[in-house]
Design a protein around this ligand. Sequence first.
Ligand code: ATP
Length: 908
Amino acid sequence: MMKKKTPSENHLWHALPPDVICEALVSTEQGLSPQEAKRRLTRYGLNKLTPAAGRGPCKRFLSQFHNVLVYVLLAAAGVTAAIGHWVDSGVIVGVVLINALIGFIQEGKAEKALDAIRNMLTHQAMVRREGKNVLMPAEQLVPGDIVMLESGDKVPADLRLLQVKNLRADESMLTGESLPVEKNTAAVGTHAALGDRFCLAYSGTLITYGTALGMVVSTGDLTEIGRISAMLRTVPSVATPLLRQIARFSQWLSFAIVMLASATFAYGWAIQHSSLTELFMSAVGLAVAAIPEGLPAVMTITLAIGVQRMAKRNAIIRRLPAVETLGSVTVICSDKTGTLTCNEMTAKSVFVNNKLFTVEGVGYNPHGGFKLADETALVEDHPYLHELLRAAALCNNARVEQKHTNWIVHGDPTEGALITLAHKAGMDPDLLNQEMPRTDVIPFESEHRYMATLHHDHSGHAFIFIKGAPERVLGMCNLQRIDGEDVPIHAVQWHQMMDEIAGGGQRLLAIAYKTVPSTQKQINVADVETGLTLLGIVGMIDPPRPEAVKAVLKCRNAGINVKMITGDHAATAVAIAAQLNIGDGSVLSGEDLDRMTDNELTTAIRDVDVFARTSPENKLRLVTALQADGHVVAMTGDGVNDAPALKRADVGVAMGQKGTEVAKETSEMVLADDNFASIAHAVEEGRGIYDNLLKSIIFILPTGGGEALMIVAAIVMGEILPITPVQILWVNMITAVTLSLTLAFEPPERNIMNRMPRKPDKPLLSAFMIWRIVFVSLIMVTGTFSLFLWERSLGAPIEQARTVTVNTLVMFEIFYVFNSRYLHHSVLNLHGLFGNWLVWLAVLLLIAFQMAFTYWQPMQVLFGTVDIDAHTWQMIVAVALTVFILVEIEKFFIRLFLPKAAAGNSKR
Ligand code: ATP
């Protein structure tokens, strides 16, 4: 016998047969004891990978300088240094450094925030400890633990498989092999290559089919994936299509700046004969004015805050670009059970022995009785009812339990409803299982829509019990049970009954059985395909989620079509859809879809919103057809077979609670609460984030535009520069860190879900946005330049006129930030003016900064400012107020004459 050791000490587990391993290590029945597991946890550490180092801080800091706009700024610093303007070059370099620092810190913070959100999706594993199966965080696994796997799971550690049933694993991440690999328990040669060790299941790979039991042989960094972990933990990128568009815009802008600066330079030189120094300073001024120094940081922060806000509303973003795509979604295809409904099943009707019983009670509380034609019925008087319920309780993995005053279900709610039903009939499922222990099982998979179990009683009889979708089970039965006898089945009558019960919105399950020789110890699909006896059908209700009803309406107002795609019976689906206001009563079944060509499908789905008895392949075809019809599709899914549809959808949405790891891995977003309403919230937040990004752009760009225009105007008019480069940098930086940032915290606008979805191909700067930027730039330049010229005409020294210019620009921004809170709507109301207290805080802070800038001696020296009097301040405020008034008037006219533009998109 082998010396007892812990698994991690032997790397040749694949070369040992399962029985040797079990003998040497733990019993598969018992698993480890909690004490032993604790001891091993101390020794081997948590089962997680050490994060890859990523880019070092130095590299990350330096990468902040790798930007064309920064190059232009540095060139500007070079120019000012060359002509001896050391203060200017010092300030420009200072700004570049501060910007890099802000970018560096923000990028780090945004990445941390995203990481934290990703970590919310903890990975769970089913482990056997001291004879009990417990669901625990995969991090807690230790070598020697016995782990159960089923289709859809992500393997939590490297496992030596001890028992398998049709197990297939997708190991492409490790071996590159794209097809799932069939697994077994047989030992292989010591030198077998990784991909040939069929008796090992590797951490991080995905189970695509079947079930298995395995022993953990290595955890954390010692696993195969741990050895190559650097490959896995790619540093999350904080770029989205919009941010990339901004990066392209910066390149374009830099080019434009260089051209404009050269043209102005040439004009000043040839026509105005200005001095070289003056011209160089103007060119530098133009560059620093037109470059939106604060924009990238503000955008990153907006995105990070938005993603955190979504997580608070139960929508966890796994891939950042999804935030923007969400705003363009035109169709949401949703599962029914648990997403649109509560997934709290209560059996309400039982049809057995040609009699329709109704059941009292709600939820999993086992109190309530049976009624037959409104009369109380006792189970003792109806032995066939007992027979059916026994099968339902045995072909079952669920348990119900009383917690305080509540009854809760452990396991599948459909099965929980059957357990409650058995309790109502006075039966004890645990006792039943002792009398007829289970020998084998075919687990439920939505692909085949039934579950079957094999049982042996203690007097030498063996039975198969099966429950599943009635059409499926009916097809396997040639007999039915009437008054204790197996007689030929009368299928038409069953179908009529099914339609009647399903028409009331009840979900159906048929229950059947078969006697088999007691020597049979395993069941295969072939065993249940024919020769079964139908016992009866159970109908259960699953009420729609009240919040889903509201969310569906909200989506409709937002121009988003909601389609229900369910595995349930057509009549059940239509009845539930009606309660949710989805569709018009028409329904297509999976079979109907299979018969259609792609073109027919595209046309058909324009009018139908409910799809029943669908398979995962149907889902994939539906997504493809909708996309071909020009839709942007969000699709929910939970099973392993949903992965292709989730991947194909523009926004794949996986269920956080009942979803498999495979579904989560392939989707863009995970719903922490499996609730449809959370998708609607995510769309709302997604639209809000996009709006806020646009608001930052529309707020920041006119300042630069105004400053640049002012310099061009000064040169054209042969005037002395009204603002120096350092002053421009001051304005840009100080307003970016105060006012612009507040826009990142704006909540979604109230009417946001009354707009049509954004067209995905719509350019970043729409005609409206360009107009707004030009309009505000013109107001700013006119107001500021007029005050400057007026001051000069009164004989004010240049320092004083420039101080007025800077303060006017800043004051313009203070007023304009209020306009920018809503792109189209009036802010002349309580909410518009006071709805975001951060704006007021930023304004107060900015005023304090301006006071220091104007009156504090060291700042006066650095920026060339001087004191100005109260009367001048009045003028400044009066002039700056014009932007607020004019933009509100502009919004009014746009809403009046261009309501479509004001609504964001055209109504369809
Ligand atoms: P959705 O796709 O909206 O979540 P669903 O949950 O009804 O729909 P499935 O889980 O695929 O879809 O179930 C399809 C059918 O399979 C059900 O209508 C029911 O008849 C049957 N069924 C569901 N759960 C079980 C189970 N645990 N055992 C046996 N049969 C089941």
